[in-house]
Design a protein around this ligand. Structure first.
Ligand code: SF4
Length: 469
């Protein structure tokens, strides 16, 4: 029977079916960080348990690290304590920690792939919602909560509800100035922020197949914002080329055998899906969120909705979002004055993202009223960008060039919005208060659009910039 990747990976990792209908799944790779683990380790200790598979557990520090000055001890005592707790827990459990001294530190969803830890056919868990990122490699990857982190530390297993699969086929060529970020924002806008509940999303079609691994990661990263429990792309030559030679990827002949097995895990032609969606890539335009969830977006040249155009519960949601954001119904997103520009996060802080943003700002300058920052996703990305001279381009344009971390994606560190500031952001969530100020306002967009907004001082169409793609 032709089968989907989800079913193949699920079956290969099933320990047993539980009486409540869930599946006990073995977790191939457990990624941990400083925020969702201290309590989990405490719970383990309280029961006298140890970490079951320390060699399948990998740690980094990302959420709380300051990005301006990363010397220890951190000025923020609570951040320093969290980091110290992670160090102690890793040391005691024999878990490898990629901290700043290793040169491999970075956002957990950036370093997993970068180190070649993330591989096709795996199950992966991490105490962060955007673990779906790893699905770009044909892995089945779940964000989990603190008690589940404890369960995985103790047993390397997770109890999971069965999932349906929705195949989302994106076909055709993306227009100039349209990026993977616009594609995933389009998917979420069309299917809704709860449209994926109970599903894994399989991203397919020639548009996705032509995408680099960086772009596929951007797409899979935001699956969770569409309500999907996981999102994945079938592994192919692009995947294998990315993984070849990476530190924890199979080496030599083992790599060739691995490729054969990885290929066998891809969805079969003729596999059946619970639901299918088709999207024409050429219809997508540069997209900006205007509201307080990632599904509330418009093309940059469109006007905002008005509550009276919307039916049912959505009407109240639109009204609430317009109110919070301070937008008049039916107004235009283009021309919205911004205060902050943030290029960063596990969605869009990879080398290709920085290159696109740099292409836009090269030879230009950030508007005087805007504070702008670029936060690379990892130390290796920062280094690679510096080797290419991207840091000089950003600095000369008036951006802050920072150390790796989550930064203003969720502001559990000194990088925060203040008051009612409006931020053009390449991150993944625009919830109220997400960027550190309860009244701060986030506009999600591609890194190139953030760069263009930084220069113009307001939301603009990146296609109007001569160097846009
Ligand atoms: S960048 Fe944002 S979404 Fe990604 S791991 Fe950090 S806090 Fe989570």
């Amino acid at each position: 029977m032709p089968s989907t990747l989800l079913k193949k990976v699920w079956d290969a990792h099933t320990v047993r079916r539980l009486a409540n209908g869930q599946t006990q799944l073995f977790v191939g790779l457990h990624l941990i960080h400083e925020v969702t683990t201290p309590q989990a380790f405490d719970m383990l200790r309280a029961r006298g348990w140890t970490v079951r598979y320390p060699d399948r557990t990998i740690a980094t520090v990302d959420h709380i690290v300051p990005t301006r000055d990363q010397r220890r001890p951190f000025l923020d005592v609570m951040a320093e304590d969290m980091f110290a707790a992670l160090e102690r827990n890793c040391r005691e459990a024999g878990v490898r920690l990629f901290d700043m001294s290793t040169g491999a530190q970075g956002i957990v969803h950036v370093i997993g792939p970068e180190l070649g830890l993330t591989q096709p056919g795996m199950t992966i868990a991490c105490g962060d919602s955007h673990t779906s990122t790893h699905g770009a490699f044909g892995a089945v990857a779940f964000g989990i909560g603190t008690s589940q982190v404890r369960d995985v530390l103790a047993s390397q297993c997770l109890a999971m509800d069965p999932l349906k699969v929705r195949r989302i086929r994106v076909t055709g060529r993306l227009g100039r100035g349209v990026y993977a970020k616009d594609v995933i924002l389009e998917i979420i806008r069309r299917l809704g922020v709860n449209g994926g509940v109970g599903y894994a999303y399989e991203y397919a079609g020639d548009t996705i197949e032509r995408m680099s691994m960086d772009e596929r990661m951007t797409i899979c990263n935001m699956s969770i914002e569409g309500g999907a429990r996981a999102g994945y792309v079938n592994p192919d030559q692009v995947t294998f080329d990315y993984l070849r030679g990476r530190r924890f990827a199979p080496q030599g002949e083992d790599f060739d055998s691995a490729c054969a097995w990885w290929s066998s895990m891809a969805s079969d032609p003729g596999a059946s899906y619970d639901h299918e969606v088709e999207i024409d890539a050429a219809s997508i335009r540069p997209t900006v969120t205007w509201g307080i969830n990632p599904g509330q977006s418009v093309y940059v040249d469109e006007s905002l909705p008005t509550p009276k155009d919307v039916e049912g519960a959505d009407r109240a949601a639109v009204g609430e979002a317009l109110d919070f954001m301070g937008f008049a119904p039916g107004s235009h997103i283009r021309g919205t004055r911004i205060d902050v520009a943030f290029v960063g996060s596990c969605t869009n802080a990879r080398l290709s993202d920085l290159r696109e943003a740099a292409r836009v700002v090269r030879g230009r300058h950030v508007a005087p009223h805007v504070r702008a920052m670029v936060v690379p996703g990892s130390q290796p990305i920062r280094l690679a960008a510096e080797r290419e001279g991207l840091d000089r381009i950003f600095i000369e344009a008036g951006f802050d060039w920072r150390g790796a971390g989550c930064s203003m994606c969720l502001a559990m560190n000194p990088d925060k919005l203040e008051g009612r500031e409006v931020c053009a952001s390449s991150s993944n969530r625009n919830f109220k208060g997400r960027q550190g100020s309860p009244t701060g306002r986030t506009l999600l967009m591609s890194p190139a659009m953030v760069a263009a907004a930084a220069v113009a001082g307001e939301v603009v169409d990146v296609r109007d910039f001569a160097d846009g793609n």
